[in-house]
Design a protein around this ligand. Structure first.
Ligand code: NAG
Ligand code: NAG
Ligand code: NAG
Ligand code: NAG
Ligand code: NAG
Ligand code: NAG
Ligand code: NAG
Ligand code: NAG
Ligand code: NAG
Ligand code: NAG
Length: 316
């Protein structure tokens, strides 16, 4: 009987000094008393999936996991992983889905490595704000469940080997400010709901195999600054009466199958445009005289289209 009361106390007497030692010295063997063993084991699992983990040489039980290279944690107990940031570290292998258990994670950056295999299941990461897996060799589809990470502010999956469609529910990511999906093999249409995200300022969908029209919602995103959709198979045109897109500085649509005439108020609706690339499409009719009002233009490419008539006096 007495044992059941005494044993926990005894255990505390042994563990407490160890805990203190562990925090004081940092290099004591702490593995047994990492206060969030789930995060500790999730990270070790992630390391196991990496073929050459040289960059993770201090990911050992001698060091608290919050001090491992690329890891950052909450400032208070229980120490939970908030950031895993390892860009350009020559890491290869598969990204373990154990990262999907780091439920306090707000930043996951594994950009510019050589990870292959699928994007892991991250749907439980409701605190995730910044996800950058660009510049790897990831393949397969973008999991629709990624749209459950409803706090995402920046999503970068660019320059991988991703296929399939852009998740139709991507418009549910209402806090998104930056979306980089360029340089993959994505197909299908651009989900119109994406254009309803009011904070979006950067969208890069270029160098994929997307088809169908540019959703009309895109021409009303209030804060859009950069819109890259070149080298796809987009069709349709640009709305004939464009609303004021005063934050748009870069619009690149070259190398698609876009056509019809440009809106006559084009230049007036883009008062701050600097880079405008429309080459290699099937635009026709006149080059709108209003382009003369886009006085901040640095680069203008209208080549390889079917424009007719006179070149307006853009530099008057
Ligand atoms: C782990 O390695 C990183 C990079 O080499 C270094 O910045 C960090 O201080 C190391 N952590 C510890 C506890 O030595
Ligand atoms: C680690 O996270 C804390 C708060 O969570 C933050 O104050 C600190 O700047 C972060 N450190 C690094 C190196 O990102
Ligand atoms: C994630 O955590 C759950 C519950 O602790 C566990 O059953 C599961 O195996 C973990 N998944 C991975 C991939 O580590
Ligand atoms: C990834 O590499 C590209 C091209 O070299 C570079 O522009 C970008 O800044 C890198 N990103 C990160 C997060 O290191
Ligand atoms: C994603 O969220 C939806 C609704 O918000 C929920 O019904 C669904 O179970 C979630 N899916 C996953 C895989 O977490
Ligand atoms: C990309 O995927 C395609 C088809 O799945 C494959 O043929 C190609 O080798 C992959 N490229 C890379 C760089 O992995
Ligand atoms: C976008 O928002 C408009 C106006 O609120 C709404 O009518 C439309 O259905 C929305 N589109 C999508 C695809 O969610
Ligand atoms: C591009 O789209 C057109 C229809 O708009 C289609 O006929 C053609 O096959 C598509 N090309 C590619 C390479 O997908
Ligand atoms: C467009 O909006 C900007 C900033 O809100 C404003 O300065 C400009 O006059 C507007 N242009 C037109 C043509 O409405
Ligand atoms: C250029 O802008 C001025 C002032 O907003 C406007 O009066 C004029 O009609 C515009 N020119 C064209 C060709 O749209």
């Amino acid at each position: 009987m007495w044992q059941s009361k005494l044993l926990p106390k005894l255990a505390m007497l042994i563990v407490l000094p160890l805990l203190l030692l562990c925090y004081a010295a940092g290099n004591v063997h702490c593995s047994t008393i990492h206060e969030n063993s789930e995060d500790f084991h999730s990270l070790l699992d992630f390391k196991k999936g990496i073929t050459d983990p040289t960059a993770l040489s201090n990911w050992t039980s001698n060091t608290h996991f919050c001090r491992w290279n690329g890891v950052n944690c909450t400032l208070t107990r229980p120490y939970r992983v908030t950031e895993l940031v390892l860009p350009g570290k020559n890491l290869a292998g598969q990204i373990s889905s154990s990262l999907g258990n780091l439920t306090y994670l707000n930043t996951l950056v594994l950009t510019n490595n050589s990870f292959h295999g699928p994007i892991p299941l991250l749907n439980k990461l409701l605190n995730l704000k910044y996800l950058s897996l660009g510049g790897n060799l990831l393949h397969g589809a973008i999991p629709d469940t990624l749209t459950n990470c409803s706090n995402l502010v920046a999503l970068d999956l660019s320059k991988n080997n991703l296929t399939g469609v852009i998740p139709p529910r991507i418009g549910f990511l209402t806090k998104l400010e930056s979306l980089l999906l360029n340089g993959n093999s994505l197909s299908g249409v651009i989900p119109p709901g994406l254009g309803n995200i009011t904070d979006l300022s950067v969208i890069a969908l270029s160098e994929n195999q997307l088809n169908g029209p540019i959703p009309s919602e895109f021409w009303r995103i209030p804060n859009i600054a950069t819109l890259y959709m070149f080298d796809n198979n987009l069709s349709g045109g640009i709305p004939q009466s464009l609303s004021n897109l005063s934050s748009l500085g870069q619009l690149s649509l070259e190398g698609n199958m876009l056509g019809n005439t440009l809106p006559s108020n084009f230049g007036n609706a883009l008062p701050n445009i600097q880079f405008l690339y429309l080459g290699g499409n099937m635009f026709e009719g006149n080059i709108p005289a209003s382009l003369a009002n886009a006085s901040g233009l640095i680069h203008l490419d209208l080549s390889s289209n079917m424009f007719t008539g006179q070149i307006p006096s853009i530099y008057s």
